[in-house]
Design a protein around this ligand. Structure first.
Ligand code: GLN
Length: 280
């Protein structure tokens, strides 16, 4: 027989088990609100609520999985990005807060009512495309991915969030894109170096390697995207790429070698180089 346990007691126990993580409190609360199917505020207003046996065992099993490194977003099935609820699964990367910088850098260059054609390369869960599509409803976005399962998730996310100005396309970077010319091309491609220890011991070991592994220097995707984008960009239009915090210089050089101008690297909220933009 399971002893009766309140939300507060279960959260305290959970925090002890995740004590090695700085985000233990937040993670326990997210997992608990998922178990009791209530918003996080409920946990504060009802700390004495007694969990039933199923809730108690579900919470404990989520805490065990989290303690072994499994990402919270895969346990709950979603992550908030740009204040939008984005569903994720093992075929999609979990949206990162720093990727909001990529969205911001693009939105700054598109007026609210303008009708731009935008291409999102490697859309994954669709987080970036959906954020931009919802902020710029007159624009039309083409979102591609090489993984059909990721694309299904992206379509599902667009439907759930009532976003209809995105066309989804299964494509290996530009392979299936016809003659269309774009005003903006954006991407958060795989950029982690293949020998990154995180692939073996970090949380990223649970995420799709295809979406993260950028080859020995993390540059493989850029070497295809930066030259490849030129024939799909209208004159004067923009490319915006997310990258690793040490890759800004290499991306800048690659853009300038390929004839891009007005190249700028933007820092994320943590002060790291994160996005480089250029014009053609
Ligand atoms: N920012 C991610 C990480 O460091 C990498 C994302 C990517 O490769 N596009 O885990």
């Amino acid at each position: 027989m399971v002893p009766k346990c309140s939300i507060k007691q279960a959260l305290d126990q959970g925090m002890l088990q995740l004590s090695h993580k700085d985000t233990a409190k937040l993670e326990c609360e997210i997992l608990m609100s998922n178990v009791v199917k209530k918003r996080r505020e409920y946990l504060y207003s009802h700390p004495e609520y007694l969990l039933d046996a199923t809730e108690y065992s579900n919470f404990n099993s989520l805490i065990q999985k989290r303690a072994s490194g499994f990402p919270v977003a895969y346990l709950t099935g979603s992550r908030e990005f740009w204040s939008i609820d984005i569903k994720v699964n093992k075929y999609t990367l979990i949206p990162r807060p720093e990727t909001e910088c990529l969205v911001e850098s693009v939105l700054k260059n598109i007026e609210t009512e303008s009708k731009q054609k935008i291409l999102d390369l490697g859309t994954g869960s669709g987080a970036i495309a959906i954020a931009i599509a919802s902020e710029r409803p007159m624009s039309q976005i083409t979102a591609i991915d090489i993984c059909p399962y990721a694309l299904d998730m992206a379509k599902d996310n667009a439907n759930k969030n009532n976003v209809s100005n995105i066309d989804f396309l299964l494509s290996d970077w530009f392979s299936e894109i016809n003659q269309t010319m774009f005003d903006v091309i954006i991407s958060n491609p795989p950029y982690v170096e293949s020998n990154c220890p995180g692939f073996i011991s970090g949380d990223i070991r649970y995420e799709p390697r295809l979406a993260l592994d950028g080859g020995s220097r993390g540059m493989d995707a850029y070497i295809r995207i930066i030259p490849g984008a030129i024939r799909y960009l209208k004159p004067g239009s923009m490319i915006a790429l997310e990258h690793g915090y040490l890759q800004g210089g290499m991306i800048h050089n690659c853009m300038s070698d390929n004839g891009y101008c007005d190249i700028q690297t933007i820092k994320d909220y943590a002060g790291n180089d994160r996005v480089t933009t250029g014009k053609i």
